[in-house]
Write a protein of this length. Structure first.
Length: 381
């Protein structure tokens, strides 16, 4: 895969952020800011259009995610789901159909911004939007369970048809695993222990880190490379990740959009040196999650130093040229943000942090957006 030569800086880019889910579940208008909060609060509004503008974020990989049915088996969450229109939709429809509804509603939200934001479905459309001074919104999908929802176990053809449909709608990446078991890939634990119990009920995430890709999962990953949907290995078990690198690492850039590293927090979901090198070899990037819980084993409240240490470790493992580091906040993804960087409006501070740490102009812009732009150029339509 080629480097960043010839790629113009697209502006600050967040490769994993959830305004679509926040607006859909809570029936919100993304043109309006509600509130932010330093601690975990699913009601907060961290990545609405106002926060993105104030943070000078130019490009977002906007995540479409419908929680797994396992979540809604918890009586407390199921009861909460009945409170909002979006929650009732998630309970009524299967995850695939609910995701398509969320996609359409996100497009409607963007259409009401008077041209400030624009949905883009191809590299050419992204270039046009940026040249016109618009902020670009790129669909991504988190969770392979949505691809399979409502289909028979052996119906591979329909899964392939759905992948093609996502590609036509402009989806740039698919996170193959998520919080519970699906029929594509083994997953690692991604729910903090204190969140496993909700009121009187516990969540069973069914984690088995020895599980890898299923037969259908392998076919899906190979088809993703063909239709130009970038594989996202975040949430995958170590075994699944290794199999994905081997299957398609020479065909398409691979990303881990919102993650930490095991040297700083030794949990299976985080990446080790082999993971980072394999992602770099594919031409991909690693997006650092803005949730200190996953970045450092001490689980600090503030995130600035944890984010920096994680970026530096990824860079050290990937060749030292700052070509494989990106930002993937996971804001509004039911995550606990850093106490010192509480929303998208704070992201403009990342430039100063990188400059203070001694990075040159081109290196700073690589992390802030050029690396992500290269991945789209090489892996998307």
């Amino acid at each position: 895969m080629s480097g960043n030569t010839g790629i113009s800086f697209p502006g600050l880019t967040d490769i994993h952020v959830h305004p679509a889910m926040n607006a859909f579940f809570w029936d919100r208008d993304l043109r309006r800011h509600y509130f932010t909060y330093k601690k975990f609060c699913p009601l907060a509004s961290l990545s609405d259009f106002e926060m993105l503008e104030k943070g000078d974020v130019k490009v977002i990989w906007s995540v479409l995610h419908v929680p797994e049915k396992d979540y809604f088996r918890n009586p407390a969450i199921r009861l909460l789901g009945h409170v909002t229109k979006g929650g009732r939709t998630m309970l009524k429809l299967n995850a695939w159909d609910a995701m398509l509804r969320m996609m359409s509603e996100m497009e409607w939200q963007v259409a009401r911004t008077d041209g400030k934001f624009r949905i883009v479905r191809t590299n050419a459309a992204l270039d046009e939007a940026l040249a016109a001074g618009q902020r670009a919104v790129i669909h991504t999908v988190e969770g392979g369970h949505m691809l399979s929802a409502g289909l028979a176990d052996g119906d591979v053809a329909s899964r392939m048809t759905r992948l093609e449909a996502l590609a036509r709608r402009g989806v740039a990446s698919l996170t193959i695993a998520h919080l519970f078991r699906n029929d594509l890939a083994g997953h690692s634990e991604c729910i903090p222990p204190e969140q496993h119990k909700i009121l009187f009920w516990r969540l069973d995430t069914g984690v088995d880190d020895s599980l890898g890709l299923t037969k259908i999962g392998k076919e899906v990953v190979e088809e993703m490379a063909r239709v130009r949907i970038i594989p996202d290995v975040t949430h995958c078990s170590p075994v699944s990740r290794a199999q994905i690198y081997k299957l398609v690492g020479n065909k398409i850039p691979i990303v881990a959009t919102h993650i930490g590293v095991r040297k700083l927090n030794n949990v299976p979901v985080n990446l080790d040196e082999g993971d980072v090198k394999a992602i770099a070899d594919s031409g991909g990037v690693v997006g650092v999650i803005f949730m200190p819980y996953w970045l450092k084993s001490e689980h600090p409240g503030p995130g600035r130093e944890a984010i920096w240490e994680t970026m530096k470790q990824i860079n050290d493992w990937s060749g030292g040229n700052w070509q494989h580091v990106a930002i993937g906040t996971d804001f509004d993804g039911f995550t606990d943000p850093p106490d010192d960087w509480t929303s998208s409006r704070e992201l403009k501070k990342v430039r100063k942090m990188l400059e203070d740490k001694g990075l040159g102009h081109a290196e700073v812009e690589a992390v802030l957006g050029t690396n992500a732009r290269r991945v789209l150029r090489d892996g998307w339509r």
